[in-house]
Design a protein around this ligand. Structure first.
Ligand SMILES: [Zn+2]
Length: 114
């Protein structure tokens, strides 16, 4: 389950931020996960609970927002949202597609109770 290692690298970033707020409690982590990022939100939440259950982030809520997977056709220039990666352009059926968004995972915001 690679969600566990994703979780650990995410927590390293979170740790670095929380060091600047000594004594504060982390309430929520807002995440954006691209649909093409091959991260399963449910598994990530499970991994997060396993990793944090006895540490300073026990009870912190993970709020996950899906980012659509958007591609742009290099042949006809059309942008479109993928339901399933692997399909070509819906207009001209070209498979020369550039992915514009949806492969990334971002930590959007940390909600901290000072
Ligand atoms: Zn096209």
């Amino acid at each position: 389950m690679h969600e566990l290692s994703i979780c650990q690298s995410m927590l390293r970033i979170v740790d670095a931020t929380m060091e600047k707020h000594p004594g504060a409690k982390l309430m929520r982590i807002f995440l954006e996960i691209g649909k093409g990022a091959t991260i399963e939100p449910v598994l990530l939440k499970d991994a997060f609970e396993i990793v944090t259950h006895d540490g300073p982030y026990a009870g912190t809520e993970l709020v996950i927002k899906d980012i659509p997977l958007v591609g742009r056709c290099r042949s006809c220039g059309r942008s479109f949202e993928y339901e399933e990666i692997a399909l070509g352009c819906p207009s001209c059926e070209s498979i020369d597609i550039e992915i514009e968004s949806g492969l990334e995972m971002n930590i959007k915001e940390l909600e901290i109770d000072e």
